[in-house]
Ligand binder design. Structure first.
Ligand code: GLU
Length: 368
């Protein structure tokens, strides 16, 4: 089963799971859900929760109707509701001794390479510290043009940038059916989808939508992102008690299988920028370290060609100018000029500010 073999899992929960249409918070459900998360953590998996509900909870607090909200007001409402949302999580999850953190993202954070790299590092560090990040869109700041708009697509981007193996979209439907199950008795749940063809798109547009912003269309969009990121994705019903356990035990859901491996997806992402912006020529010691899977440090850098920014795609060459790898630089070319050949513990002093120690992190590098 895909969940069992996944190490890094993103779980998206929609507003309708947290708050019902009578505006009652589903505390019992969240408490059962926290048991699911606890189980995954006990199995040494890294978990990210993408949770909607800021606007719904803000509306509840202010006694407003979500449907009539104008954008500027909804931004204020989200700001009020987000703290309610986190309070709800904190209260519920602390009884299971699960440590939580909050990350609010805007579209640029996943679309701009440099910011995506930063976000990935933050996720990695939170895992190391034993915390479960809860992600939502930064609804108080984002405007229509710069918005994911729904948490299905946000969750797929989070899965992509964090390098997750599996994304579960918990909704109020079991998955994708061949026909609308509310109308057709012979509707069948599609268990696995390898290829999102026209037929699937057609079913998705016609299928019943959930109460939240998304519906099936955004879930299919999310699946497309996952397919090219090496991440399996499931649409599953979250309404039951312990929905994750139910997926593991009964597998009632629709799985979307990736088209490429996670490693290939990462490699593609690293070298997908138009063309390399510069070159770093490094000594034999550095090449040997890279061969052992280490990051590139300043000490081994002999020469820099080109002008580039942080996050730019660069070539790493040996002293005979033979290309060894491609990677994303964690420093600008100007900064590297100041620190090249120096020990990492000198970097902060040389630059005059606190910085990273790897010039190209091992996760941001591919051998050629
Ligand atoms: N980010 C929104 C919220 O927290 C929800 C978006 C969605 O429902 O997909 O209220």
């Amino acid at each position: 089963m895909y969940l069992n073999s996944s190490k890094k899992i993103v779980i998206k929960i929609g507003s309708s799971l947290l708050i019902n249409d009578k505006k009652i918070i589903r505390k019992k459900w969240l408490s059962e859900f926290s048991r699911d998360i606890k189980q995954l953590l006990d199995e040494k998996k890294n978990v990210i929760i993408v949770s909607s509900g800021a606007i719904a909870l803000g509306c509840k607090k202010l006694n407003l109707n979500k449907k009539n909200l104008k954008l500027d007001k909804s931004q204020a409402v989200a700001s009020i509701g987000q703290i309610e949302l986190m309070n709800l999580f904190k209260k519920t999850f602390s009884s299971k001794k699960i440590n939580l953190s909050q990350i609010l993202l805007t579209l640029e954070d996943t679309e701009k390479r440099r910011r995506a790299i930063n976000a990935k590092r933050t996720f990695d560090n939170l895992f190391k510290l034993g915390f479960v990040p809860i992600v939502n869109e930064n609804d108080s700041i984002a405007t229509t043009e710069i918005k994911y708009g729904d948490n299905d697509r946000l969750a797929s981007r989070v899965a992509q940038i964090s390098g997750a193996d599996c994304l579960i979209l918990l909704s109020d439907v079991d998955g994708l059916y061949t026909k609308n199950p509310k109308i057709s008795k012979d509707a069948k749940l599609i268990k696995e989808i390898k290829n999102i063809d026209q037929e699937i798109e057609k079913i998705a547009t016609k299928s019943i939508g959930e109460y939240g912003t998304g519906g099936m269309k955004t879930k299919i969009d999310a699946a497309k992102v996952c397919q090219t990121s090496g991440c399996v994705m499931a649409i599953a019903n979250g309404l039951s008690v312990r929905p994750i356990k139910k997926i593991i035990d009964q597998n009632i859901c629709t799985w979307f299988l990736p088209k490429i491996s996670k490693l290939d997806a990462r490699k593609k992402w690293i070298i997908s920028s138009i063309s390399p912006k510069g070159e770093l020529i490094v000594d034999d010691g550095a090449i040997n370290a890279l061969k052992k899977g280490k990051s590139l440090l300043a000490a081994g850098i002999k020469k820099i060609n080109g002008n580039f920014y942080k996050g730019d795609h660069i070539k790493i060459l040996d002293i005979n100018m033979k290309e060894y790898a491609r990677g994303l630089s964690s420093f600008t070319s100007d900064e590297i000029s100041k620190i090249k050949g120096q020990h990492s513990n000198k970097i902060n002093e040389l630059l005059g500010y606190i910085s990273k120690s790897e010039v190209v992190h091992k996760d941001d590098m591919v051998e050629i």
